[in-house]
Design a protein around this ligand. Structure first.
Ligand code: UDP
Length: 253
């Protein structure tokens, strides 16, 4: 795959990879026996990192940071990098299950409301016949629950852990716990990916924005209309736009 080009978007490293490179990267980590995190960066992540040194460090140490939000691609253009494409957590969930089916990787579904991870796993197992589901568990992103969840996942020996706790909880959970799953053996590495509300989309308890709205970068508006309680989080996106405009102005002068 060669060296991956990266850019700093307001202090957060974003790696310029497309889906094909992401799949190749995941395969390599598993083959080499590593335990590492893949994070899906959107403007909310960037703003959270500005306010939380712990989250900023988690993203800095994350092994691959893919450009998830449309706002990240826009910011890249303003700041001098043309990201190849959006690589979203919601699309990585099914597409990595397809890769897992082809490569016999074991997948674990952690998070979301009780019953949703099971439902998501059942739907994806039907879609990708032969998918090796290592386990499912709802649990909680709180540190107090680690003692319950970690042994369950250790026994399940997954190669990919999808974590649906939303940011920052899912990313902090992975940073804290992934090292406990290092096997060091070739072919038994584990990649952890925070996928936000993706289990809810697959299970059908939330509706994802139609493709045409996503293609004009308005997925965030669709989610805001469906879940007005997100307004506080969405407000941060406007601050993100403002900071990027200031930064690109500084670079131009
Ligand atoms: N969630 C959870 N436990 C928590 C907080 C959130 O299981 O303590 C789940 C929630 O049920 C949802 C997902 O985390 O399935 C987060 O969805 P959200 O829409 O916030 O994530 P986004 O896609 O915006 O990153």
């Amino acid at each position: 795959m060669g060296t991956i080009e990266s850019a700093s978007i307001l202090g957060v490293r974003v790696d310029n990879v497309d889906y094909a490179q992401t799949f190749e990267w995941v395969g390599r980590q598993i083959n080499q026996g590593y335990a590492c995190q893949l994070s899906t960066i959107n403007p909310e992540f960037v703003m959270l990192a500005r306010n939380s040194p712990l989250f900023a460090r988690t993203l800095a140490e994350s092994a691959l940071n893919v450009p998830d939000g449309a706002g990240i691609l826009w910011a890249g253009r303003r700041l001098g990098i043309r990201f190849k494409e959006r690589v979203t957590g919601s699309d990585l969930l099914p597409s990595l299950c397809s890769q897992a089916q082809q490569n016999s990787w074991r997948v674990f579904f952690l998070g979301a409301a009780p019953g949703i991870a099971e439902k998501c796993a059942a739907i994806l197992s039907e879609r990708y016949i032969g998918l090796r589901v290592a386990g499912t568990f709802s649990g909680s992103p709180m540190q107090e629950s680690d003692d319950v969840i970690v042994p369950i996942i250790k026994r399940a020996r997954p190669n990919i852990i999808f974590v649906a706790y939303g940011a920052p909880g899912q990313n902090l959970w992975l940073a804290r716990n992934l090292p406990k799953f290092t096997s060091g053996h070739a072919d038994s590495g584990v990649v952890g990916i925070g996928v936000g509300g993706a289990f809810d989309f697959i299970a059908g308890v939330q509706t994802r924005a139609p493709t045409w709205l996503r293609s004009i970068s308005l997925e965030w508006l669709f989610r805001l209309v469906r879940q007005p309680s997100r307004w506080r989080r969405q407000r941060e996106v406007f601050r993100f736009i403002w900071y990027v405009l200031i930064k690109s102005h500084q670079l131009a002068t």
